[in-house]
Write a protein that binds this ligand. Sequence first.
Ligand SMILES: NC(=O)c1ccc[n+]([C@@H]2O[C@H](COP(=O)([O-])OP(=O)(O)OC[C@H]3O[C@@H](n4cnc5c(N)ncnc54)[C@H](OP(=O)(O)O)[C@@H]3O)[C@@H](O)[C@H]2O)c1
Length: 324
Amino acid sequence: MHKAIRFHEVGGPEVMNLEDVNVGEPGPGEARVRHVAVGLNFADTYFRSGLYPSALPAGLGVEAAGVVEAVGAGVDNVSAGDRVAYTGSPLGAYSTARVMPADSLVKLPDEIAFETAAAMMMRGLTSAYLLRRIWPLQSGDTVLLHAAAGGVGLIVSQWAKLLGLTVIGTVSSDAKAELARAHGCDHIIRYDREDVAASVRALTAGAGVPVVFDSVGKDTFAGSLDSLRRRGLLVCFGTASGPQPPIQAMQLAIKGSLFVTRPALADYIADPAERAELAGELFGHVAAGRIRIEINQHYELADARRAHQDLEGRRTTGSSIFVL
Ligand SMILES: NC(=O)c1ccc[n+]([C@@H]2O[C@H](COP(=O)([O-])OP(=O)(O)OC[C@H]3O[C@@H](n4cnc5c(N)ncnc54)[C@H](OP(=O)(O)O)[C@@H]3O)[C@@H](O)[C@H]2O)c1
C-alpha cells in the first residue's frame, strides 16, 4: 500500500491528511513512478486553500523525482528502472508512488540527484522561462526580483548573473538579505520597511527597471508598477501575499505605456521541444555547478501541515522538499 497526502475540503494546512492509496498499474501512455523526493511549492498552498480550483477530494503537489517501476502500452520515452523527474498536472506528487502521463516525465542525467531534481523542476523551469522567454533581456539590464531569498528567487538571482544582469532583490529579513546577496543579488531592498519604488529609482538614477519579477502579488503590485521604466514589463507570476488588485488599462498608459503579464509555467513547457530546451539549459547549469539548488528545508510526508505553515509563515529560504 502507498501513502499520499490528500484533502477533502479546501482550507488551512489542517485539511491535509496522509492516507493509504492504491496506486495501481499504468494504463496506455502512462508510467508508474516510485518517488524518492517530492518538491514543495508555494502553488501547493493555493490549491489547498482554494485560491486555485481542484476537483475534491484531491491529492496535492506538482513536482517529484524517482524511478519508473512500470510503463503502460505505447510508452517509448521511458522504461522501468529509469531515473526521472517531472513538474505539472495532475495534482498528486505528495505521495510515495503514483501513475503519471509518461510524456510529462523527463529523464534525469546521472549528475543530478533526485533531491536536486525534486527541488528544481518547477522552480528551475520557471526561472528558465522568466529569464529566457518572457522578455529579450540584455546583458547590463537591471531587473527587480521580489522574494529574492525564496526557492524561485535564489535560482533566478544566480541565473540572472550568468546572463550579465544586475539584480535588485527584495527580502523581509537581514538573514534573507545575506542569502540573496550570496546568490547574486547586487542590491537588496527590505520591502518590509522600505519604499520599493523610491529605492529602485534611487538605484537606477531615476530611470526604473525594464522588468519586474513579482511573485508576491497583492502587497507589492503597486510598487512594482511604479518601479518600471517607460515601456517596461511587470511579470506577475505569483500571489504569495494574495491576488493582485484589478488595474484599469488606462493606468498602464499613464505610468509609461507599461506591459503586464500573468504567466503560468504550463504554457511555457506545453511544447515538448521547448520544455526539453529549457530543461537542458537548467540541467546544464546545475550539473556544471553554475547554479546551486539550495534545499534548505527537508520534511517527511507526514509533516506536510508543518511544511505548509513554514512556507506560508515566511520561515523558509531556497527550496523545500519531502524526502521519502
Ligand atoms: N507562474 C508560474 O509559472 C510559477 C511557477 C512557480 C512558482 N510560482 C510562484 O513563485 C513564487 C515563489 O514560489 P516558491 O515556491 O519558490 O516560494 P518562495 O519564494 O520560497 O516562498 C514565498 C516567499 O514570498 C515572500 N512573501 C512575501 N509576502 C508574503 C506573504 N504575505 N506570505 C507568504 N510569503 C510572502 C516570502 O519571502 P520574504 O519573507 O523575503 O518576503 C516567502 O518566503 C510563488 O508565488 C509561486 O506561486 C509561479
